[in-house]
Design a protein around this ligand. Sequence first.
Ligand code: ADP
Ligand code: MG
Length: 620
Amino acid sequence: MEPMNKIRVLPEIVANKIAAGEIVERPASVVKELVENALDARCRSIHISVASGGKRLIQVRDDGEGMNEDDAILAFEHHATSKLQTAEDLNAIATLGFRGEALASIASVSRLNLKTRCADPADISGTEIEIQGGILRSVKPVSWDKGTEISVRDLFFNTPARRKFLRSHNTELGHITRLATHYALANPGIRFTLASDGRVLLDAVAVTDVKERIYQVFGELFLKNMVELSGQSGAVKIAGFSSYPYEQRTNPYSQFFYVNGRMIRDKVISSAVRQAYRNSMPSSAYPIVILFLELPFDEVDVNAHPAKTEIRFRDANTVHGLVQRTIERALTASAGVPSFLHRAAPQPLAGLEAFTKDSMVREGGYAAEERSLDFRPHTLQAALGQNPLSYPFGEADGSQGKDPNHSSLNVVPEMLFRASGDTKNKFQFEDLRILGQLRDSYIIACDRDGLLIIDQHVAHERILYEKLAAAMQSGAVETQGLVVPLTLELAPHQVARLEKLMPEFNKNGFQVELFGSSSILVRSVPAIAGEADCRRLISEILDGLDMENRTLDVETIKDRIAIRTACQAAIKVNTPLTPEKMQWLLDELSRTRIPTNCPHGRPIILRFSMHEIERNFGRS
Ligand code: ADP
Ligand code: MG
């Protein structure tokens, strides 16, 4: 009798479809692979065009080096690549692609057409190839310019289960738009266009640096809210932009990380960013950051993820430290003061949040969108911002700096590195003169550059916060005993947190004991809090923490304590202040690290600049 083996080697075509599942998750993954290939082929322009959110058609055309007929056929074999030769090459990858899997995978789950031609004079014509569901249908000569165009139709037509999982046209289009934007940002020297169902969503001509590209893509207001930064630690370099603390987002979609030109998702970097803003933003908010890191190729392992969007650093500590320090330094050096006009104007990046899924077009029709799709930066932002889902795959991007063969490429990070922190915005206190107090709440002052309004409450809050944080750091928080110890009933959700919180309370100026199973006894509070309502203070500390869904680490708890205590203890609005007291407040404020923003990121100072004053009086 025949033995009944249960294990079988899958036919190649089935195996390929399975492999495709890892690389091709959705239309945007196809765009990603094709754009990466175009960048690896050292093109000067990339034109992306999609229909029905990429479900019906994804077409990417480049003017790169192209392929001859033999290579064009080989390109669709599994593990067929021109980018790697030996196993050692894997240790220092300089190109975006390296596995030789993408084209084979894409071709196995779509109807694909390729047109390509290389510069080789021996090639008298281009090559056109048709593949359907992984089966080669035709290869023929075609009249074609140098470069490559790949059209991918009916993605997942032969894998209905996957097709079913695709989202609405607009969701898929949002992913594609985000991806194209990411690549465009990192490759300012390359022209990028993106059209969807015939409408142009992005058309960024080649420019000389990242700053100009950001301007093209996001507009002038975006840049106004960003601080330029750069730094270096050993062989690791960083450059980029991060937002002033008053620019806050509720999700991390406005954080762009690139390592050697590759767009990635990374916990080390995002944690460093969070740390850098810890003192100037609530931990539930996200700043906007665009960061380019450059490392020797053998310091990162890019072969750690099927879609190549996660990497491993050999020395994560160095990277973490550098990112955090560089952002902190840039923020401190250029602590900006927002102007009235700026604050009064519609919030700059409102597009990213305002155009939520609901306000965007519904599946099938573009009516609602039509009005706004006149392609100004906010249009693109709308397309980007419509996707509060998951960050799909961190989208890699182009440009590979270090490979000498690729030196003709417009290498972005290098361009950024010469930029130093822009400090002209740094707020100076020296020539400040106090004019008076408005409504017992705001200090009115002037300096060389114009008129200033200082919010007395948040100013004091910043001062107390930094003092308390410093005292906590050195374990020397002054405490003050309560004449009558206070008993505090806790809500059940507060009790649950207490175990972790008690030691931190007691190390940082409070003296708190459990009292029964659901209440605590407060014997002393930080001296800074003085007569503040400590029932409310403790309650707010507990509640705030409970609402945050991040892992509750000691730093977060400490920070929460410092922020709430400072807020409670700070001079309130509607409190008359003597000129001496106002002067004292501003002197103290000038000694803080970030005098321009309260720990929640709200502005402390607003400015009406001479320029704005004169313009409004019609003098300029
Ligand atoms: P990988 O990028 O990992 O090498 P791909 O399957 O994406 O694998 O591509 C296979 C090969 O096809 C590449 O190594 C490259 O030589 C060639 N190729 C793909 N796309 C292009 C293009 N747009 N221009 C020139 N050559 C290309
Ligand atoms: Mg590739």
